[in-house]
Design a protein. Sequence first.
Length: 181
Amino acid sequence: MPFKLRTATPTDIPAIIRLQEQIWEPTYRAILTPEQIEYMFTTMYAPESLLDQMTTQQQTFVLLETDGEGQDSALLGFAAFAPYGPDDSVFKLHKIYVLPATQGSGLGKMLLTEVENRCRTLGGTELLLNVNRYNKARTFYEKQGFRVVREEDIAIGPYWMNDYVMSKPLLTPPVNHSESV
């Protein structure tokens, strides 16, 4: 089945929210309380929060969907990244998610590769991300060349995220890619 990668716009926010409603609870139920999952979801995925992430925070959202037209196209996952700090050569992957039924199929790797290529094109030499210390996704990131560089505890409202910060050098030239994969 062919897939398409494209940059999201604010008009895609409702679709991103619908996708996350299918992803968040199954992804985090083993490591976060239901109350924390609900709090973080409503904080991070409210329409106004996503709009702020896309505009003020300058996060680029990349959508992965089946390559169909209109209703024949289905959103399967997304990633969001942005420059990190004052050094424009360092980028941060803020989010990467695929539907639980598609995990292990290579779609997450496809999304991550697209983010890496876009960061390289923008002059990026390093990609950072945070992953919960108990999230099994850490293994996925390690297989993709990321390494733990430190631990970080982040307060989000009344909750704490206990994360690893992981880093990957972006040393190789970008892979040629097109909007259709």
